[in-house]
Design a protein around this ligand. Sequence first.
Ligand code: ZN
Ligand code: ZN
Length: 277
Amino acid sequence: MLNEIIQTTLNNYQYALIVFACLFVLEKIRPIEEKQPFAGIVFNLFIALALTASIQTTMRLLAAALPPMPFHPLLTIAPPTTWQGKIGCEILVLFIYDFFAYWLHRVEHSVPFLWQMHKMHHQEEHMNVTTTNRHHPLEAVLRVPFIMLPMVTLFDLPFAPLAFGISLGMILPSFSHMNLKLDLGRLTPVFIGPQLHRLHHSSQAKHFNRNFANIFPLWDILFGTYLAPVKGEFPSTGLRPVSSNSAYSGLDLLARVKRKSVISESSFFETTVGGIR
Ligand SMILES: [Zn+2]
Ligand SMILES: [Zn+2]
């Protein structure tokens, strides 16, 4: 079962690229940051290529090597027959996927070895849709034991919604990383948008270790890590202390001089004040 899920997820990956391209255009409508460094976007796209190669290679190897499941899953959910049932089943798959993704993410912020990998995602200071795939290539490997394996071990879910749900679970976070000034209002605690996830990436200490879920804030609400944004709140992002963020502008000589001092300040911040977050 896991092998087929992995193969179908890989086949659906092409749709993720189309979604990314559409959202990249859409975020120009009302950006949080008007001008973002082009070099950062190019860097993220190269990382996305490395991540895709890592996902493809790892999952193909695993799909070929994994033995059939030695026992039956604990809970069986019958295949839906009505369209309402199909939608309900898809939402259920997404909730289950997001539950395991929540705990993987939370563990990545708690275990020093895993934080060393995950912090690459948090070093982004100019968040946009390309940040979605700014992950250490090894993080892709972790999704199999932490998300896919428990899903198929514990639940006997119908194949089509399960494969589609896992693919959606990997695509939907591109919405929450958008450089888009969008306040979801009453939907903020229902579905994760760019404002709520921006708090997770915030460089302000008061936002650290909050909003770990990828799709549904429900998991943060249940496990005590939910933090709602204040109206109009779109904080700066990255691992630098908040006071230094505005000084980091990039190309001119003056900025480079400032940047040197900011980097040493940042190293101090990461190893002492910020630590694992
Ligand atoms: Zn994180
Ligand atoms: Zn993120």
